[in-house]
Design a protein around this ligand. Structure first.
Ligand code: FAS
Length: 388
């Protein structure tokens, strides 16, 4: 069996890339390890920024894949219990959306399959061969346990941070740049309606965030020490911390359906390609959820790679493929810088434990600048919309 592009992983990067190639008449096969049910219910990100929404519109997919609600150019901050609403100026026309990641994924699957795309779930034990040769091969076991193999022109590694594609690149060919923030987030999914699209609290007890995930649910984030365990976080303790850090009672304390500890880190792998293998999304880089850019960077990579494949297939011009890694890394480092700045700002401003009083006052001053300076406001808005 032969195809032009084998895409490993049906997350936001893999499914977006599959749809962009399919719409361009380019042959591809998507191999996903999990079942369709599992992939469609996996809850993660919640924000599609304006750049990503525009990208879907430019490819003619926006109406069919974008769910959720437009997000207003405003953030709600709670500083030591006092609400400080932050509206930002942007040239953008409100394209960004609050859209739970699994809604986007579900829509991308529906569109890809209904347009005749070749998406294979429960594809196990994916292995790559001859990635630096003229005709790479991908082997895997299908859902019936049969061994299958596909030769191709290109492989897109869209299998996330714990996948097999990046792992197939020889260590000496890849550099891992990483930064640990020194604390973790307890991320909680609860049946607790949010009475605002987003709320972020700066407090001496630590950062807290609440983001609507549809009308009846919220994703909460609670800063916690790295050496804590999920077991220590009983439901009672979670509600107590949320109420203390937001400085108000939680009206509806519904069922908590998931609790995960996510150590905050930033990671970039360089280069993002090796031979005919190209890495997209979390397979290449990780940003802390504070930035709400993880999903959006994956979408950016899919946009850049799809255009590069199109140029190669239609004009036999490999220049964009050759530039793929540098193009994406420039964008990724720019957003890593934003993510690190915003993460430090929102945590140092309430921090009396880790980085001390001087960093705390610096962060408070930077925070006030967002309100006092039109330039700082606009610069922040450019990053939030993804249009920087
Ligand atoms: P994905 O992880 O989405 O997709 C990878 C796919 O590859 C998966 O379907 C996986 O099953 C499949 N796969 C893995 N190994 C495979 C193999 N060997 N063979 C075949 N398939 C394989 N980002 C935000 O912007 N905001 C947030 O609030 C946010 N919250 C998050 C919370 C959690 C708990 C996590 C883990 C991540 C969160 N993220 C958030 C980041 C997240 O949204 C990612 O950035 C985004 O999913 C990246 O998309 P992909 O690169 O497509 O990777």
């Amino acid at each position: 069996e032969h195809t032009t592009v084998v895409i490993v992983g049906a997350g936001v990067a893999g499914l977006t890339l599959g749809n962009l190639l399919l719409r361009s008449g380019i042959d591809c096969v998507v191999l996903e390890r999990r079942s369709r049910e599992y992939v469609e219910q996996r809850q993660r990100a919640g924000v599609i920024d304006s750049r990503a929404a525009r990208m879907f519109r430019e490819w003619g997919l926006a109406d069919r894949v974008l769910g959720g609600v437009p997000f207003e150019p405003a953030l709600n901050f709670r500083i030591d219990g006092e609400t400080r609403r932050f509206t930002y100026v942007t040239d953008d026309h409100g394209d960004g959306r609050f859209c739970p990641q699994q809604v986007l994924v579900r829509n991308l699957i529906d569109v890809f399959v209904s347009d005749g795309g070749d998406l294979r779930f429960e594809a196990d034990d994916v292995e790559l061969e001859d990635v630096t040769g003229p005709r790479p091969r991908v082997r895997y076991h299908d859902s019936a346990g049969m061994t299958r193999s596909i030769t191709c022109d290109l492989i897109a590694g869209c299998d996330g941070d714990h996948g097999v594609t990046r792992a197939s690149i020889p260590e000496e060919e890849l550099t891992r740049h990483s930064h640990e923030y020194g604390y973790a987030w307890l991320t909680v999914l609860a049946e607790a309606p949010a009475n605002h699209q987003s709320m972020m609290a700066i407090h001496d007890r630590g950062f807290a965030g609440q983001f609507a995930r549809g009308p009846q649910a919220s994703r909460f984030y609670l800063q916690c020490p790295l050496d804590t365990s999920v077991e220590e976080w009983t439901d009672g303790r979670i509600w107590e911390e949320i109420e203390a850090r937001f400085g108000e009672p939680v009206a509806v304390k519904g069922r908590i359906s998931s609790k995960t500890l996510v150590p905050l880190r930033s990671v970039v792998h360089d280069p993002m390609s090796h031979g005919r293998l190209y890495l997209l999304g979390d397979a290449a880089h990780i940003v802390p959820p504070m930035s709400a850019k993880g999903m959006n960077l994956a979408l950016h990579d899919a946009d850049v790679f799809a255009a590069a494949v199109l140029k190669q297939v239609e004009e036999q011009d490999a220049s964009l493929l050759g530039a793929y890694s540098a193009t994406c890394l420039k964008h990724v480092w720019n957003y890593q810088a934003f993510a690190a700045w915003f993460t430090d700002l929102m945590h140092d401003a309430g921090d009396v434990l880790y980085h001390g009083e001087f960093r705390r006052r610096l962060a408070r001053a930077e925070f006030e600048r967002l309100y006092d300076s039109k330039t700082a406001n606009r610069f922040f808005g450019e990053f939030l919309t993804g249009l920087n």
